[in-house]
Design a protein around this ligand. Structure first.
Ligand code: FAD
Length: 448
């Protein structure tokens, strides 16, 4: 009888992988207690810090997450970092089951010469900067340049391209941070190249995001028609979403809808980055050397032909990996994820979201994964794979441990205070919210 067991569970991380799993567990276990530990004082992971500011509708999932967090059986505990403030062993002692859902924060590198020049950053850092991620708020780079090269052709690459090419008025009312709005208003960026190793058939962005590029005022899209050679014959047989996207790409090889367009978006195909060179300023990037590729099936193969692409800013958008937050976590450092089978690391220890699947897919695919892992966690308790009749101290133990260490924790009600301040500061400026980017300030409001 589910009503007779009172399991204590905890989750590490508070992004989609956390809240969607919690939602399923609450459904299956009426007497459960779920404690959600989050490194930052604020919840929601990449929904707050990844999703583009001009896509507010994507953030509506926060409403559902908020309902889950407000369930009396759920406790949000912000400002607690696994591997620093609390260990996995401590969590396992305190709870019947532990779910790891701390995402994939590390960037993949190209590993080519010159990559450490100034003004080469990861797209993710750039996103963190404009979205107010405390770690990235002081990121140093220079927008007083005209040409940008983005390496990678996924949706995040398009997000950063769009932000760089958008008229500033389109961003003013969003929750983009004030300091980045000011920097973008002074930006000299005129041209953004989006560099991919493979061809138009392999782009990883979706049609909605590409359409937004086509609709950007005063910006024209420009691609090399030769890169589309032979596609006419292939397109009719493609699966529907890929077919529609490819048709749109072919229709848009060169758009110049507005004669006064003074900015350009330029996807470049079949090119592999080989090295970076400095420009006038010896410490900053000025150009990128690429190898021209041919395709063998789905794979890009480099030729000996090299080209040079001028660029004063480079944003790498070639994927992420997770880190081993605690040495007791069975971690595959080569793949950059936690080893698991269907979310199970071992009975009582689970993983969901990007940490378990690898950093691929959107919120929806993360939801599907987290739903399944949450259901598995609940059924492992219902069928006694995990013995919930043993008494566990839960937050009573962890809370006193954190107190001893002098760590200020942030409750969901505290977050709601921070949220209120952000919204009212936003209102004064005619925008959705003005995010607080300083952890100390967040903690001050939380304790007020
Ligand atoms: P995350 O959302 O990253 O959540 C992990 C959480 O764990 C974070 O809150 C983090 O602070 C916390 N954490 C990390 N380490 C620790 C620790 N040691 N202790 C405690 N807590 C910790 N998908 C869409 O559908 N639409 C979009 O528009 C979209 N835009 C995106 C933009 C960017 C830049 C990126 C990178 C991704 C985007 N995605 C988008 C994908 C989507 O964000 C992911 O699918 C989803 O967020 C993954 O969820 P997660 O819970 O696994 O990880």
């Amino acid at each position: 009888d589910p009503n007779s067991i009172q399991p204590k569970l905890c989750v590490v991380g508070s992004g989609p992988a956390s809240f969607y799993a919690a939602q399923q567990i609450l459904k299956a276990l009426p007497k459960v207690q779920i404690d959600i530990f989050e490194r930052l004082p604020v919840p929601f992971g990449l929904v707050r810090f990844g999703v583009a500011p001009d896509h507010p509708e994507v953030k509506n999932v926060i409403n559902t997450f908020t309902k889950t967090a407000q369930d009396p059986r759920v406790k949000f505990i912000g400002n607690v970092k696994l591997g620093q403030d609390v260990s996995l062993a401590e969590l396992q002692n305190a709870y019947h089951s532990v779910l790891l859902a701390y995402g994939a924060e590390e960037d993949r590198l190209l590993g080519i010469p010159g990559e450490n020049l100034d003004n080469i950053l990861s797209a993710r850092e750039f996103v963190g900067w404009y979205n107010g991620l405390p770690n990235n708020k002081d990121l140093k780079f220079n927008l007083n340049i005209e040409k940008v090269a983005i390496i990678g052709q996924g949706n995040v690459a398009l997000d950063v391209a769009r932000i760089l090419l958008s008229p500033i008025d389109l961003l003013k009312k969003t929750d983009i941070t004030e300091y980045s709005l000011a920097a973008l208003a002074d930006s000299k960026v005129k041209e953004v190249k989006l560099i991919g190793r493979r061809g138009p058939l392999q782009v990883a962005f979706t049609i909605k995001e590409f359409r937004e590029m086509l609709r950007l005022p005063r910006c024209f899209v420009n691609m090399n028609a030769e890169d589309f050679a032979g596609l006419d014959a292939i397109v009719p047989n493609l699966p529907r979403p890929r077919k529609r996207l490819t048709e749109l790409l072919m229709k848009s090889i060169s758009t110049s809808k507005e004669t006064e367009a003074d900015k350009c978006f330029n996807p470049i195909f079949f090119r592999t980055p080989k090295s970076f060179q400095s420009g006038e300023d010896a410490s900053s990037v000025g150009a990128l050397t690429v190898a021209v590729n041919t395709m063998e099936g789905e794979n890009a193969v480099e030729t000996d032909v090299l080209e040079t692409i001028e660029c004063g800013l480079v944003l790498r958008s070639i994927g992420y990996k997770s880190i081993q937050a605690d040495s007791a976590i069975p971690f595959n450092s080569k793949r950059g994820l936690v080893e698991n089978s269907g979310g199970v690391i071992q009975p009582g220890l689970y993983v969901s979201g990007w940490l378990g699947t690898g950093p691929v897919g959107v919120i929806l695919s993360t939801m599907t994964n987290a739903f399944a892992v949450g259901q598995t966690m609940a059924s492992d308790i219902l069928n006694n794979t995990v013995d919930a009749s043993i008494k566990k101290p839960g937050f009573e133990f962890i809370g006193s441990l954190l107190k001893k260490k002098g760590i200020q924790t942030v409750s969901f009600a505290d977050w709601e205070q921070i949220d209120k301040v952000e919204q009212s500061r936003g209102k004064e400026k005619g925008k959705l919210r003005e995010k607080i980017v300083d952890v100390k300030e967040m903690l001050t409001i939380a304790s007020g």
